[in-house]
Design a binder for this molecule. Structure first.
Ligand SMILES: NC(=O)c1ccc[n+]([C@@H]2O[C@H](COP(=O)([O-])OP(=O)(O)OC[C@H]3O[C@@H](n4cnc5c(N)ncnc54)[C@H](OP(=O)(O)O)[C@@H]3O)[C@@H](O)[C@H]2O)c1
Length: 383
């Protein structure tokens, strides 16, 4: 199959190659395990016999020796896949964990289930949205969905569904479950016009918070306002706290939702009241060490990422989150964050735009217009 494959380290335009690679097979998946960087598979499976990649594989394999084989997968014929900043940072080598080369990029997709392990055989033929992990990312005609899969609900297009799960589920986990945003609180959202940020603005507003969306340029204001932000602060590359202060005055805020870090995260902490929560959920602006004198401010540092829980806890959280975000979607209080559809050939240019902070919400990629899986009106977790 023809897929977007990454081999070296660098900018997407330099390291993304459209290549012929073998499709994943059920035999291979039946005896494969996972870690935070994806499937732990021998690099020769993707046609590479590189000593560094082999050494990385051996280290990862040893670290997860006690884990069981990963069983919660489905093979997907991909219809639409979404782009996210991890497609850029993984390629640059700045993602928090090293992703083994070569890999197919892409973190989530919509498609028809074409194969599954015995306990998930009933999903074959269904049209679902699923998270995909390296080396079998979603930017390929055939990919592997992992963990919970959700049927695309009636009334939601494949383009909207493709970019729904990671922003909505992460956003809910960050803002509501871990960040505990409550009605009446003031909440600053950094990177508010991005994929995750666009979801968090809506979720915080839907839970009754007063939301200040922080964006880099005036051109992003309308998008942030359309998400339900009560105020928009445009930083234009300057100090984020100053930009917010110029909009809301000197009153301290209760929460900062931060998918950016870099220099913006620490700047934004100046906005918090004592006991205010700084909720770290990403690294779009770079990973930055936390100042050890942090404790002097009586702020609460909250880490939030979707993963790292046991399988049963994760399943319960996924079901709770999907029910909550679908209820908001049905009530018109949450919409998918897809803003643009592109063709398969345009992926490197679109990722360049994302790395240069020129995209809004989620950009999705049409891969196969022939997807014919059956739909289900609920949009609920498939078990
Ligand atoms: N915790 C989790 O489970 C989880 C899940 C999904 C994603 N994430 C992380 O969340 C972050 C955002 O992901 P995303 O897909 O939403 O990204 P995105 O759509 O590209 O949005 C990121 C936003 O961050 C801002 N930004 C500030 N400095 C930047 C820089 N140097 N490069 C790029 N953007 C910069 C940009 O806003 P302005 O230019 O307007 O300021 C941009 O709109 C990533 O670090 C990703 O890995 C975490």
């Amino acid at each position: 199959m023809r897929a977007w494959v990454v081999r070296g380290d660098g900018e997407p335009r330099d390291v993304f190659r459209m290549e012929d690679v073998a499709e994943p097979s059920a035999d291979l998946l039946a005896e494969a395990k996972m870690d935070l960087a994806g499937w732990v598979v021998d690099p020769t499976v993707l046609g590479v016999d590189d000593p560094d990649e082999r050494a990385l594989f051996e280290r990862r394999r040893a670290a997860i020796a006690a884990r069981p084989f990963y069983e919660d997968w489905v093979m997907l014929r991909v219809g639409v896949a979404a782009l996210g900043l991890p497609d850029v940072t993984m390629a640059r080598g700045t993602y928090p964990v090293r992703v083994a080369r070569p890999y197919i990029s892409g973190q989530e997709a919509v498609g028809e289930v074409i194969d599954a392990p015995p306990e998930r055989r009933h999903l074959v033929g269904r049209r679902v949205v699923a998270v995909t992990m390296q080396p079998w990312g979603g930017l390929a005609p055939v990919s592997v969905g992992i963990g919970p899969v959700f049927e695309v609900p009636d009334g939601m297009s494949d383009a909207d569904a493709a970019g729904f799960v990671i922003p909505a589920h992460t956003g809910y986990h960050v803002a509501i479950r871990r960040g505990k945003v409550r009605a009446g609180e003031t909440v600053v959202v950094l990177g508010a016009a991005g994929g995750l940020g666009s979801a968090m603005v809506q979720l915080a507003a839907a839970h009754g918070a007063e939301v200040i969306a922080v964006v880099g340029h005036e051109a992003k204001r309308a998008h942030a306002t359309s998400l339900g932000a009560h105020h928009v602060a445009v930083h234009d590359g300057g100090d984020v706290a100053d930009a917010v202060r110029s909009v809301i005055g000197s009153a301290p805020v209760h929460v900062v939702l931060d998918p950016v870090q870099g220099s913006m995260g620490p700047q934004s902490r100046r906005l918090l009241e004592p006991d205010g929560r700084w909720v770290l959920c990403g690294h779009a602006g770079g990973l930055a060490p936390i100042d050890p004198s942090f404790y002097m401010s009586n702020h609460t540092l909250v880490g939030a990422t979707l993963g790292g829980y046991s399988r049963d806890v994760m399943r319960a959280m996924d079901a709770e989150t999907q029910a909550a975000v679908m209820a908001l979607w049905h009530a018109g209080k949450f919409r998918p964050v897809t803003t643009e559809q592109i063709d398969f050939a345009e992926v490197p240019d679109a990722l360049t735009a994302m790395g240069e902070r020129r995209t809004l919400g989620r950009v999705v990629v049409r891969i196969d217009d022939q997807s014919s899986g059956t739909a289900n009106p609920s949009g609920m977790l498939c078990t």
